[in-house]
Every structure is written in C-alpha cells, then in structure tokens.
Design a protein around this ligand. Structure first.
Ligand code: CA
Length: 367
C-alpha cells in the first residue's frame, strides 16, 4: 500500500467508524444455529479502545482478529467492540479511561504509560535488552507478569500480553552516522527509554504523533526518526526522504497489551475469562509471526537508494553505558522500578547462558 493510499484508507475507515460507532468484522457472518443458542444465553458486550487508527496494519488488524476470535469461541456470547483511536477516547488516554471504567478495556503499548510509573517501561521492553520471545518468557515464567499485575492493580487494571512487535529498526537518518560525534545536536523522533539513552549521547529526542513524523522529517524539523520496521515504515514513506536506514538496538521486543478494568474483568464469567486469555495468547503469536513475515517481504522491496547501516561501535558502547545510568537513576528514584528491574535482570542472566549455547550459537553456525 502506498503511503497516500494508506493514509486515505485510515481516514476513510475513521469516518466510517464515526457513523457506525465501532468495528464489527463478524456481523455479517451470523450462523443461524449460533444465533438461536445466543438468544438463550446472556450476551456480554465490552467496549475496547485502541491507540491505533482503524485497521492499522498488524496492530489494529491484530486486535480486530482477537475480538472476532472471542466472539466465535464464545458462540456469540462475548462481543468485544473495538474502537480505534480518538473515536471513544484519545489514543493516549485509553489507560485512564479504562482505569476510571469509562470503557472496559484497551489495546496499546505498555511503554506509553511510563509517566504513570516508570516501572511500566520495563514491561514494555528495554533498549539493548530482551527480544520479544525472551520478554514473553520473562513475563510468563520469570516473575514479570505477577509484578505487572500487582502494579496495574493500583490503577484498577488487569493486564494481558496483547502482541509484540519483534525487533524494531533503529530508524531513518537523512545523513550517514560515522561516529558518536555525528549524533550531537541531531533532532530525532524517538520515545521511551531509547530516547533517554539517545539524549545522553547528545541527541535531542522529539516526541511527535505519528501523523506529523513524515512532514517533520521532510521539512527538516527533525533529522531522523525511528518507527517500527520495514513493513510499517514503508507505509509511512520515510524511504523517499531519508536514505540511511539503521539497524535496531532500542526496541528489540516491545510488548503490547490488552488491559481490562479490573472490576469489569472480575465480573466476567470463568468461561469468558478463559476465552479472552486464550485469544490474547493467539494474538501475540500471530502478531509476532506477521511482523516477521511482512518485515522480511518489505525489506526486499525498499527502494534502491536506501542504505541499510549498522550504528558504529562507539555509539553502541556509549549507549550501553548511558542505559545503565538511566536504569540506575530510575531504580534509585522508584522502588517499583528497582524491583521490576531486578526480576528482569535475574531472568536475563539465567536466559543468556542457555541462549548463548542454543539460539545464538545455532544462528552463527547456520550462517
Ligand atoms: Ca518504535
């Protein structure tokens, strides 16, 4: 899809939502038997708001698919109405709206809520840290998830893993970066912990809503931007205005979430809770595989002038030092951050020994 087509589709879909209220991908797929059995059972309808535009590729289509799966697995007794960003609540207010029970649930990125509690940025993924698969393993088996539940409970929220992006690219730069000194004074759109690290390396991190990134890069208001990976970056059109595409370090495995108002969650039937939990598991695996496949395809189709580059070693080494400074500072300021970081690091250490002799070793000999 070309950028213009993509934006037009998004705008069209958004206005269609205004009219119809929300997205119901399965409303024309009624099965007579199902309708009869649904009539006998009480139907639960939940309102879920997202931080993405309507049908936003992979993330938005992922949550649409999740809602459809919940509906089908429940025999039509559980209908999750998905509202794209800004229809019910603004993209960055879905956390508060769910916490206050204005809506039942949301689908978003965990790193967005760093301002609520800096510890949340660790659940969302760490620069130079765990990959998507490793993050999910830490959350499920290494103690991460129980900490996440505990800290979200203070906001009357119940979180579930709702997808993951896989490794993200380091971003699009208009000029080639030869060494650390080339970063000084550079204006880059980069959020989260990655932005804090870049700031220590001399970059001026800028926060911009997705709709303003392309124009800002084109006009030179910013010199560089990160986004996601080849599949989604291609739709943004960055390759037309920036030649150098750097490999990733700051988002090796970002975690998305489907989070419920906790009281609303507790009132759901055991059956519906199990269905939602299973559907989020399905969504997470599906999204990771979809990102992998579509990024691989989109990489092949990047324009010829695009140069894929790796950041020079002095930048990566400086980023490692800067990251430790950022983590120390947050851990000293916030005991929750310290506890979550300890759990994360304990798993990372345990995982590394096994990963080094299994996956890492294998990838090296396979090449
Ligand atoms: Ca990103």
């Amino acid at each position: 899809m070309k950028r213009r087509d993509f934006l037009a589709t998004t705008a069209l879909s958004a206005s269609a939502f205004m009219i119809n209220g929300c997205h119901r991908p399965y409303e024309n797929e009624k099965d007579d038997n199902q309708t009869i059995s649904t009539r006998r059972r009480k139907k639960t309808i939940l309102k879920l708001a997202t931080s993405w535009p309507a049908h936003f590729p992979i993330m938005g289509t992922g949550v649409d698919r999740f809602a459809k799966l919940c509906y089908e697995m429940s025999g039509g007794t559980l209908e999750i109405k998905v509202y794209p960003k800004d229809i019910l609540v603004p993209a960055m207010e879905v956390f508060d709206a769910t916490s206050a029970a204005q809506i039942d649930a949301f689908h978003s990125g965990v790193y967005y809520w760093k301002g609520k509690n800096s510890a949340f940025s660790i659940f969302g993924g760490m620069p130079l840290g765990l990959t998507s698969e490793e993050m999910i393993t830490w959350l499920k088996f290494g103690g991460g998830y129980s900490l996440w539940q505990e800290l979200y409970e203070k906001f009357n929220l119940y979180p579930l893993i709702g997808g993951t992006t896989g490794p993200q690219m380091g971003g699009w730069f208009k000029k080639e970066i030869h060494s650390l000194s080339d970063l000084k004074g550079l204006k880059m759109r980069i959020p989260g912990l990655g932005g804090e690290v870049m700031q220590k390396l001399g970059v001026n991190p800028i926060l911009l809503p997705p709709g303003e990134i392309y124009t800002s890069l084109e006009r030179g208001t910013i010199d560089a931007t990160e986004w996601v990976g080849p599949a989604l970056d291609s739709m943004m059109g960055f390759a037309k205005i920036a030649r150098y595409y750097y490999t990733g370090w700051h988002e090796p495995g970002s975690i998305l979430e489907v989070t419920f108002n906790k009281i609303r969650w507790e009132k759901l039937s055991k059956e519906h809770k199990a269905i939602i939990t299973a559907a989020t598991e399905d969504m997470t695996g599906y999204m990771l595989q979809e990102f992998r496949y579509k990024n691989a395809k989109a990489l092949q189709q990047l324009p010829q002038q695009t140069k894929i580059k790796m950041f020079p070693n002095d930048i990566i080494e400086a980023a490692k030092i800067a990251l430790n400074e950022v983590l120390d500072k947050e851990a000293n300021a916030n005991n929750d951050f310290k506890r979550v970081l300890e759990s994360y690091q304990e798993f990372a250490k345990l995982n590394k020994k096994w990963d080094d002799i299994s996956t890492k070793n294998f990838l090296e000999i396979r090449d």
